[in-house]
Design a protein around this ligand. Structure first.
Ligand SMILES: [Zn+2]
Length: 431
């Protein structure tokens, strides 16, 4: 029997049941290949001769966490504009690999990329899926679908032309339908778009303004859903959020400016919001503010302040929330998503159990992965974390890499106490 055919047993731990929020004491997880095949009380566990056993006595077992919003190619360099002109395009493949691994090291076994240079994210997903390199499960949009008109380009022409080539400038129902089908062909799992301007774009990129027409947005959603893809919209201002929700977009990214009316609509339609508070928190730090252009400083301070108010209101009223950081934006380094989980407790008002549900089953539902991940159940992928100390008793522990004695993805122990220990096996020659 080869190493890969042996069952992996995580024995006698205390399992966080993300579906109910309760803890199942002294339970054992049996893994065959990349799937969980059995979860039950220790008393009912029958050992087999060849089992590989990890003793989790007294430890907490969590489902692998889900990070719903990162830009995997971008490293979070505060001098992002300088990096942009001093980096060869092919280098972004390696940045993406390195950044992905940081998520895995910090307990996030599934990561949704929210927009990348063409080709990078789908290719990396295949590399990780085949077990060639240690990395999280990726859910990707490739290059997304952009309206462009409500952003102001602020770069030299060669860069604007490069972006234009990569991003596709779209208008009209047929044009967006074509783009959705093209994304599917390119290996996207879902469609990312934007219904407002962004914080880092030029002065004329107002976060309150929204450009797509209702018809265009509805066409994106319909075509994506027909292709079994969900849709995410970057949306800061209320008008763009409301338009996205009405069009049936599944996840609202940032959701910075919410009022009672917008929140009621979100509750009614059942969309998820992905707060990305870490992005604003990183930008408003004095070190980052100093080097940002004045118009970005002004927008950021406003967005950071409003986000906290909006997300708290949303949570209190029952809007569904999943975890995402927007890692890759300036000062927002990959591998710190635990920080966002803590912010959900400290700023938004979740209990640690609710925050951990948002980080596991909530994220899985938001990105249409809940039949495969998000809870520890027979039939799901074997993505789980063994914690020395229980983060549900002290949520700050979720930011501590070293507290994860094992990060298991696809049934393979990939990380031990923050260090990657998985490498694809050597293949023997045939004689
Ligand atoms: Zn983003």
């Amino acid at each position: 029997m080869s190493q890969e055919d042996k069952r992996l047993i995580v024995k006698s731990g205390n399992i966080f049941d993300s579906l109910t929020g309760s803890t199942l004491f002294n339970h054992t997880v049996v893994i065959e290949k990349n799937k969980i095949v059995w979860v039950n009380s220790d008393d009912d566990f029958a050992k087999e001769e060849t089992d590989q056993i990890i003793d989790a006595t007294g430890k907490t077992i969590l489902p692998g966490m889900v990070e719903c919003h990162v830009h995997i190619y971008a490293s979070g360099n505060p001098h992002f504009e300088r990096e942009y002109v001093r980096t060869k395009t092919d280098m972004y493949h390696y940045f993406a690999l390195n950044n992905s691994q940081k998520h895995l090291q910090s307990g996030f076994t599934c990561v949704r990329d929210a927009g990348c240079y063409p080709g990078i994210a789908p290719a990396l997903r295949r590399i990780f899926d085949t077990g060639l390199l240690a990395g999280p499960r990726l859910v990707v949009t490739d290059k997304g679908i952009w309206q462009w008109g409500n952003q102001e380009g602020v770069s030299p022409d060669p860069i604007i032309n490069f972006d234009r080539e990569n991003d596709q400038v779209l208008a009209g129902v047929d044009s967006v339908k074509h783009a959705v089908r093209d994304l599917k062909y390119r290996g996207a799992n879902y469609v990312k778009t934007a219904t407002t301007g962004g914080v880092l774009h030029g002065m004329e990129s107002k976060v309150s303004f929204t450009l797509w027409t209702e018809e265009e947005l509805e066409a994106i959603v319909k075509e994506a859903h027909r292709n079994d893809m969900h849709v995410a919209a970057h949306a800061h201002g209320k008008a763009g959020i409301v338009k996205a929700v009405k069009a049936g977009i599944d996840t609202i990214e940032h959701a910075s400016f919410l009022d009672e009316e917008a929140v009621d609509l979100l509750v009614k339609q059942g969309n998820y919001i992905i707060p990305t508070q870490t992005a604003a928190m990183s930008l408003v730090s004095p070190a980052l503010m100093q080097i940002m252009p004045p118009e970005i400083q002004k927008k950021t301070i406003e967005v950071d302040k409003q986000m906290k108010i909006s997300h708290k209101l949303a949570f209190e009223k029952g809007v569904k929330i999943a975890i995402g950081t927007d890692a890759g934006t300036p000062g927002n380094y990959h591998g710190n998503t635990g920080n966002e989980v803590v912010l959900m407790v400290k700023d938004v008002g979740m209990t640690p159990v609710q925050a951990m549900q948002a980080a596991t089953i909530g994220g899985a539902k938001a990105i249409w992965m809940d039949e495969k991940i998000g809870s520890l159940e027979s039939g799901k992928f074997a993505d789980l974390l063994i914690c020395e100390q229980n983060p549900l008793e002290n949520i700050d522990l979720i930011t501590n890499y070293k507290n994860f004695s094992h990060v298991i993805k696809d049934g393979k122990v990939m990380v031990e106490k923050g260090k990657i220990t998985y490498f694809s096996p050597l293949q023997p020659l045939h004689h």
